[in-house]
Design a protein around this ligand. Structure first.
Ligand code: PEP
Length: 229
């Protein structure tokens, strides 16, 4: 089971070193940390599996503020999150650019967590499946690709999708694209088991609860226990 911690724009190199020294993931879980760009080097030196939070579709070029697969690979980074809803919402990320970033990263040997998910209004008006269909259409199956289903209304809000709702959305995604699907949206030690036990939930993308070693470790331990049973 894959459990990824998205640190967003938190933790510089010093706090990253402290976290990595204290973090010891249980066996049987693919635990991934996703620090901000400036902390990637410190995180890689900490010996854990490290993903970036974004990656560009060109090998190099005049793309101020972006980072390439080549630079990430040189740093020892193993993958990247692509298309997080905060990138879509605040930085103009589109389905098209998500598709370009994902295809290029996979081609160059990075693993990718591609994020999809509907806004609250879209769910309310019955558009969830249309939104997911459009977001998934730019992705192609690949052994190093996983999708994270993150209903936007559940990210950083404390509102979690019910396990049944997550299961239903994951099954829909898998009917279009045969890759593992993580759930993301206010996953915490208290609700991790109910979500991870669902047959179509193959792991979690964790934001807030990944910032503390104790809570992230507790979620990883739940995943390890469920993987053994
Ligand atoms: C995220 O950032 O991908 C996320 C799911 O955040 P949170 O767990 O804080 O809702």
């Amino acid at each position: 089971m894959l459990i990824a911690g998205n640190w967003k724009m938190f933790k510089g190199p010093g706090q990253t070193r402290e976290f990595c020294a204290a973090f010891s993931p249980p066996a049987g879980v693919d635990a991934v940390l996703c620090p901000p760009f400036g902390s990637l080097g410190a995180a890689v030196a900490g010996g854990h599996t490290i993903f970036a939070q974004n990656v560009h579709w060109a090998d190099e070029g005049a793309f101020t503020g972006e980072v390439s697969t080549k630079i990430l690979l040189e740093l020892g980074v193993q993958g990247a999150i692509v298309g997080h809803s905060e990138r879509r919402q605040y930085f103009g990320e589109t389905d098209e650019t998500v598709g370009m970033r994902t295809a290029h990263a996979l081609e160059r040997g990075l693993r990718v967590i591609a994020c999809v998910g509907e806004q609250e209004e879209e769910r309310r008006s019955g558009e969830t499946e249309d939104v997911l269909r459009r977001q998934i259409a730019v992705l192609s199956p690949h052994e190093n690709l996983v999708v994270a289903y993150e209903p936007v209304w559940a990210i950083g809000t404390g509102k979690t999708a019910t396990p049944e709702l997550a299961q239903e959305a994951h099954a829909f995604i898998k009917s279009m694209l045969d890759v593992p699907v993580l759930y993301g949206g206010s996953v915490k030690p208290e609700n991790a088991e109910a979500l991870l036990v669902q047959g179509h939930v193959d792991g979690a993308l964790v934001g807030g609860a990944s910032l503390e070693v104790e809570s992230f470790t507790a979620i990883c331990e739940t995943a390890a226990r469920l993987s053994r049973s």
